[in-house]
Design a protein around this ligand. Structure first.
Ligand SMILES: *[C@@H]1O[C@H](CO)[C@@H](O)[C@H](O)[C@H]1NC(C)=O
Ligand SMILES: *[C@@H]1O[C@H](CO)[C@@H](O)[C@H](O)[C@H]1NC(C)=O
Ligand SMILES: *[C@@H]1O[C@H](CO)[C@@H](O)[C@H](O)[C@H]1NC(C)=O
Ligand SMILES: *[C@@H]1O[C@H](CO)[C@@H](O)[C@H](O)[C@H]1NC(C)=O
Ligand SMILES: *[C@@H]1O[C@H](CO)[C@@H](O)[C@H](O)[C@H]1NC(C)=O
Ligand SMILES: *[C@@H]1O[C@H](CO)[C@@H](O)[C@H](O)[C@H]1NC(C)=O
Ligand SMILES: *[C@@H]1O[C@H](CO)[C@@H](O)[C@H](O)[C@H]1NC(C)=O
Ligand SMILES: *[C@@H]1O[C@H](CO)[C@@H](O)[C@H](O)[C@H]1NC(C)=O
Ligand SMILES: *[C@@H]1O[C@H](CO)[C@@H](O)[C@H](O)[C@H]1NC(C)=O
Ligand SMILES: *[C@@H]1O[C@H](CO)[C@@H](O)[C@H](O)[C@H]1NC(C)=O
Ligand SMILES: *[C@@H]1O[C@H](CO)[C@@H](O)[C@H](O)[C@H]1NC(C)=O
Ligand SMILES: *[C@@H]1O[C@H](CO)[C@@H](O)[C@H](O)[C@H]1NC(C)=O
Length: 541
């Protein structure tokens, strides 16, 4: 691996004059005691929490979760890589950042995204206004590096050091943009295994960065995304592990939306065999992530910076393996796809905490800006800082009770011969081809978690104007859609709230939800929603 060393431009450092007159170590100590905390964000790709995704990450749980706080109700605003990553970077819901799918046409790393949103991401604000040096390594947005979007020469604004993976997750045979210069990698484990390359580059950054400025480091690993290539020493691990047979495994979702109803139940034996093997391989790729986390935390400790550094660990979306007879993918509204792991350690966070309070990926940017002392109200972000939760300053009576989930179904413009029933759709072949997505798998949901309710309310933009509602207290595995049996009043309230959130922006995305004791009905809201039977997605996401 070519070292990052040669690529690091010499840093402008604000204390240059000081260095000239007194000893370096004195200056470093001085700078350290006055500067803002450092922030590390480790982002995984497709890591679930519902089906045991954290099991292989024992060191990560110990070094981050046990040393800080684990969120049991952390969600993503969209269960697909590119829209979710755009939500992380911008702090906005998809209807505000306009990245609707994984293609350039859907604004994934498109020129329009570069012109509209990319300059205002939270790392750009950290660099421009909070004096942070910023480092990125790994998968960015799925179309990053595309010829029609500036190629790998394009370095997104806001990054002092940039190591961006061209396109989607891979483990070998890929190209990195190292500060805008292409660096090609082959398939020699000791030089090219991407998770390890990212670990080594992260350690290089920690070693060669300026010690006079706080830093933000984002490491975005490929695991456990397909093609699930493990490091050689881990290839045979978990050799008896199979996907868990939970209550919703291989079950026909007969009361669910059309895409789920069409899934064949029981799944074929070859599909089950394939998903079990995929499940096992996913876990094997995570062992290298566990090593990466350990290396970074150890290095921070050696450098004496661990106590002044927040370390976040999370994922861009969940994943399913056999739930409701869908063999493998994300893209669905159920908790297994929208709920993600989130652990944070750092200054003022007491160890071994678990929080059930509702947080989402749109909150990551606001939280990190808050840590950096930047006034989040000056931004257009939809999320909110959860730093007060981590510092033990709020409890469930004073916290938000709902968030929005938006998803635009993907599908090519031609009928996949493997999915004759589906029309335009996305199929995955295991080797049996199963339809995992379709253009009319387009929906928006309110996910409510509060002292008095744990509910999900979703509406589809399809021919049936389908509605799904789950009482997560009574039915945590989402086996029964209660849209037809729950009280009309609940449906009306949730429909209205959905309309509000789908057109929200900034502060209006953070108004009290219908199960929040602070909720007040505003008659003007009557004009936003209609009764649930007549509802349509007001604003196509
Ligand atoms: C892409 O983003 C631009 C600017 O935000 C927006 O006007 C456009 O509608 C978006 N495209 C799609 C397909 O949503
Ligand atoms: C990488 O590319 C080489 C040469 O094309 C090929 O032999 C090898 O199988 C590839 N490895 C992977 C893991 O894709
Ligand atoms: C990472 O660094 C270690 C220690 O220098 C080295 O042994 C290993 O080969 C490197 N791995 C990669 C993928 O560059
Ligand atoms: C699983 O791996 C262990 C050691 O790593 C080995 O002893 C065992 O035979 C393997 N089992 C199977 C079913 O391959
Ligand atoms: C699928 O597997 C089950 C249980 O392992 C077995 O009973 C059944 O015969 C198999 N079906 C086919 C078509 O092979
Ligand atoms: C956290 O809890 C675990 C298990 O109870 C315990 O072993 C560990 O010492 C605790 N860690 C801290 C930092 O308190
Ligand atoms: C943060 O910014 C908002 C909007 O610009 C302003 O109203 C508020 O007073 C600021 N808060 C602080 C603490 O500076
Ligand atoms: C929760 O916080 C409020 C203040 O925001 C406080 O009045 C209340 O006593 C707290 N409740 C619990 C159970 O700690
Ligand atoms: C992504 O969205 C764009 C804009 O709506 C659309 O043209 C394109 O077909 C979508 N891509 C997929 C794979 O669905
Ligand atoms: C389908 O999309 C491809 C590009 O993805 C385009 O070249 C082709 O013309 C489209 N076909 C139709 C029938 O719209
Ligand atoms: C979804 O689209 C497919 C393909 O066009 C169609 O057959 C199906 O009826 C649609 N379902 C709904 C509920 O709109
Ligand atoms: C959800 O289920 C719980 C437990 O069965 C019940 O107490 C609660 O009233 C239900 N909520 C709604 C909104 O129906």
């Amino acid at each position: 691996m070519a070292s990052l060393r040669g690529e690091l431009p010499s840093l402008m450092n604000t204390l240059l004059i000081c260095v000239t007159f007194i000893s370096l170590s004195c200056c470093e100590e001085f700078a350290k005691s006055y500067r803002r905390p450092n922030i590390v964000l480790i982002l995984t790709d497709d890591l679930d929490i519902a089906n045991g995704g954290l099991t292989p990450l024992s060191k990560t749980k110990k070094l981050i979760g046990d040393a800080g706080i684990s969120f049991t109700n952390a969600f993503v605003a969209s269960p697909l890589c590119c829209p979710s990553r755009a939500s992380i970077l911008t702090g906005k819901y998809p209807h505000n950042h306009h990245v609707i799918n994984n293609t350039l046409e859907g604004n994934c790393s498109s020129i329009v995204w570069q012109k509209t949103e990319e300059g205002h991401t939270f790392p750009a604000l950290l660099k421009a206004f909070a004096g942070y040096q910023t480092f990125f390594a790994g998968k960015y947005l799925n179309q990053y590096g595309h010829r029609e979007a500036g190629g790998v020469e394009h370095v997104p604004p806001g990054w002092s050091y940039w190591v961006g993976l061209e396109k989607n997750s891979k483990y070998y045979n890929y190209t990195l943009s190292v500060n805008g210069k292409a660096q090609k990698h082959g398939s020699d484990y000791s030089k090219d295994y991407l998770t390890d390359v990212l670990a080594n580059m992260s350690l290089d950054f920690l070693q060669y960065k300026s010690n006079f400025l706080p830093f933000f480091m984002m490491v975005s690993v490929p695991a456990p995304h397909s093609p699930w290539t493990a490091a050689p020493q881990y290839q045979n691990k978990f050799n008896t592990t199979k996907a868990p047979r939970g209550p919703n495994f291989n079950i026909h979702g007969k009361d669910k939306h059309w895409l789920i109803r069409q899934a064949k139940t029981p799944m074929s034996n070859s599909s089950i065999k394939f998903l079990d093997e995929a499940f096992r391989k996913r876990w094997t790729t995570l062992l290298s992530v566990d090593d990466l986390v350990e290396k970074i935390v150890k290095q921070l400790e050696i450098r004496g910076e661990l106590d002044s550094t927040y370390v976040f660990f999370t994922s861009d979306n969940g994943y399913h393996t056999g739930q409701f007879s869908l063999p493998l993918d994300k893209r669905q509204l159920y908790d297994f796809d929208i709920r993600v792991p989130l652990m944070v350690r750092g200054p003022n966070i007491k160890p071994n905490q678990t929080s059930p309070l509702l947080v989402a990926n749109v909150d990551l940017g606001p939280t990190m800006l808050d840590i950096a002392g930047y006034n989040v109200s000056k931004t257009q972000m939809d999320g909110m800082s959860f730093l007060p939760i981590m510092e033990g300053l709020v409890n469930s009576t004073g916290w938000r009770t709902d968030i929005l989930v938006e998803y635009e179904g993907e599908g090519s413009n031609v009928t996949d011969p493997a999915c004759p029933l589906l029309g335009p759709g996305v199929s995955e072949c295991f080797p049996d081809c199963v339809c995992e997505d379709s253009y009319n798998n387009t929906y928006a949901c309110v996910r409510t978690i509060g002292p008095s309710a744990n509910l999900q309310y979703c509406e589809f933009d399809d021919n049936e104007v389908f509605v799904e509602v789950y009482n997560m207290t009574a039915d945590p595995f989402q086996l029964t859609n209660v849209a037809r049996s729950i009280e009309q009043e609940v449906l009306e309230k949730m429909n209205r709230r959905l309309m509000i959130l789908q057109s929200c922006s900034g502060q209006s995305c953070r108004t009290p939800g219908v199960y929040d004791p602070r909720y007040k009905f505003d008659p003007r809201q009557m004009f936003i929603g209609q009764s649930w039977q007549q509802s349509r997605l007001r604003q196509k996401i």
